[in-house]
Design a protein around this ligand. Structure first.
Ligand SMILES: Nc1nc2c(ncn2[C@@H]2O[C@H](COP(=O)(O)OP(=O)(O)O)[C@@H](OP(=O)(O)OP(=O)(O)O)[C@H]2O)c(=O)[nH]1
Length: 178
């Protein structure tokens, strides 16, 4: 892929995600636009993880589109190609499972995922944990926050050996909150 193709892929993914998530909000009191989350995940990968691979950055923008909007995996394949599709598929929960099953699957499947998918997972968890440390989502209590930190620690452990900077940042925030 040329540099121009890489930039085009990333910008197209940003636009696609913004349109798909346009009506969604985060669960915090301010109801922040949901798109801030995928943008923040891509920003963490780029600025803190040193990631320059357009496939990973495009997948970061797109990582919740299939799970949380009307986007089909085939749409991702058609618009962004097989490599991006595969990373998005690896980080997409199966919504036919119960929440408990989905959480258990993330822990179980993490070690077997590709490096690209592990990078998106690590940045996703780092963003969410920072969000949790900053503000409690509406309806959450301290116990639910703690459970999210405990579960995230297991998922992150399954992604270890992937990116030193991201794993160190996760280690810090998890230690500070558990
Ligand atoms: N910390 C935080 N999280 C918020 C906020 N708004 C939405 N979320 C999302 O909530 C999910 C975590 O909440 P849970 O109770 O564990 O899961 P649920 O959405 O299935 O109910 C994350 O989804 P996810 O990205 O799909 O990740 P994950 O469930 O795979 O971790 C996170 O992105 C917010 O204001 N703060």
């Amino acid at each position: 892929m040329t540099d121009a193709q890489g930039i085009n892929l990333i910008v197209k993914a940003t636009d696609f995600a913004a349109r798909k998530h346009h009506a969604q909000r985060r669960k915090n009191m301010e109801q922040t636009p949901y798109i801030n989350h995928p943008i923040g995940v891509a920003q963490i990968l780029s600025s803190e993880g040193g990631i320059t691979d357009p496939i990973v950055l495009a997948a970061a923008y797109l990582h919740d589109t299939v799970e949380d909007t009307d986007t089909a995996m085939e749409d991702i394949e058609k618009e962004f190609g097989t490599e991006v599709r595969n990373v998005v598929a690896e980080v997409t929960d199966d919504k036919t499972l119960t929440k408990a099953e989905r959480k258990a699957m993330q822990v179980k499947k993490a070690p077997g995922k590709s490096k690209e998918a592990k990078l998106v997972k690590l940045a996703d968890k780092l963003y969410n944990l920072r969000d949790l440390e900053r503000a409690t989502p509406v309806g959450w209590d301290d116990e639910r926050k703690r459970e999210y930190f405990l579960w995230s620690r297991e998922v992150v452990a399954g992604c270890s050996g992937t990116n030193g900077a991201l794993e160190a940042a996760l280690d810090d925030i998890i230690k500070r909150n558990l």
